[in-house]
Design a protein around this ligand. Structure first.
Ligand SMILES: NC(=O)c1ccc[n+]([C@@H]2O[C@H](COP(=O)([O-])OP(=O)(O)OC[C@H]3O[C@@H](n4cnc5c(N)ncnc54)[C@H](OP(=O)(O)O)[C@@H]3O)[C@@H](O)[C@H]2O)c1
Length: 315
């Protein structure tokens, strides 16, 4: 990418900025979605950049999207923080979540202005709400154990912090992360809110310690693997001896990979009555959020259901 400047698009183009974009299911699903949205002329184009690419590369990509009339916008994965840090001044406007999280996952054009948004709080939030249903925490008294404190964990905390109904907010969220820096960043975000949720921050990368944190949860608690372990890196943040809470909810944010954490949850005795979910709906929500911004095409629940169905067919 550094030596080959981006070619000018010859058709309306939706860019996908990632690391190994050709392996994403989105490449196959995108044309089906464009058909369903009545925009079959829009093409998908992946831009692969190394993790933590040089700032100049991010600036070239953002400038290309800004300057090319046929470049409609982009979905950004992995580079959400670095791209914004390198190219902040090339944007005309940011959505409120981009400012709060300091990352950009959606690049759209609105009346000539380049607009950056963070979509994880909405996409992750919609997925979590669908898994839990309304008033979950009031109904069950469950708490939340969030393994990992990266971008998606921060987005989920933001979502729960902003829940207007007390019954949709857990009494306590325990966040575990390997490095201290991510916990500090999360705490700084949480401290911007006046909240009744108790946050406990635990710096740890030992699976046995995570098992202990799991064992201390009340029944019906929600356990989320946001570490990337089981896809980005091997293994699980828990040991095979971990016992999930009775009637608990187990959510693995990924839908592909070895998914060891998901396997551990599915291997629990059926008497524990767990609800176990993967990250497929999160993936579809994430894409549909960005497509709605870039194509200026609102996606209502019925249309989302259709897009989800089309995606499932090529999963
Ligand atoms: N289905 C979807 O559409 C979807 C959407 C969003 C995210 N995801 C997936 O969810 C995962 C997390 O995404 P993200 O954006 O939040 O990633 P991220 O920003 O890289 O965060 C991962 C965090 O987990 C921590 N971590 C890694 N191993 C750990 C361990 N053993 N114990 C404790 N903490 C550990 C990392 O700590 P350090 O600070 O030490 O590195 C990092 O802070 C990724 O695999 C991503 O693919 C899926």
């Amino acid at each position: 990418m550094a030596d080959t400047p981006l070619a000018a698009p010859t058709a309306p183009t939706f860019y996908f900025i990632g690391v190994t974009t050709r392996q994403s299911s989105s490449r196959k699903i995108f044309p089906l979605w464009m058909e369903a949205l009545g925009r079959p002329e829009v093409v998908w184009r992946g831009i692969d950049l190394p993790i933590h690419a040089p700032p100049e590369i991010y600036r070239q990509v953002v400038a290309h999207i800004a300057e090319q009339p046929l470049a409609l916008g982009a979905l950004v994965t992995t580079h959400k923080i670095d791209l914004l840090a390198a190219a902040r001044d090339l944007f005309d406007e940011f959505g409120p979540y981009a400012r709060l999280t300091d990352e950009v996952s959606s690049i759209a054009k609105e009346e000539g202005r380049l607009v950056g948004r963070a979509t994880d709080p909405v996409a992750g939030g919609l997925s979590l709400d669908a898994i839990l249903g309304a008033g979950y925490f009031a109904r069950t008294g469950g708490e939340v154990l969030l393994l990992g404190a990266g971008g998606s964990a921060l987005a989920l905390c933001l979502h729960l912090l902003q829940k207007p109904q007390p019954g949709d907010r857990p009494r306590r969220i325990v966040v575990v992360n390997r490095s201290a820096g991510r916990l500090v960043r999360l705490r700084q975000m949480v401290e911007q809110f006046d909240t009744d949720i108790q946050f406990d921050y635990v710096q740890n990368e030992t699976p046995q310690r995570n098992d202990e944190l799991l064992a201390a949860l009340p029944p019906a608690s929600v356990v989320i693997n946001a570490t990337g372990m089981g896809k980005d890196t091997p293994g699980s943040p828990l040991t095979d001896d971990a016992l999930f809470p009775q009637r608990g909810v187990v959510w693995e944010l990924n839908y592909r990979g070895e998914l060891d954490f998901l396997r551990q949850a599915r291997a629990q005795p059926s008497a524990r009555s767990l609800t176990v979910a993967d990250g497929w709906d999160y993936f579809v929500h994430g894409w549909s959020q960005v497509i709605a911004h870039v194509l200026h095409a609102p996606i209502d629940p019925a249309l989302f259901a259709r897009l989800s169905q089309l995606a499932a067919a090529v999963r």
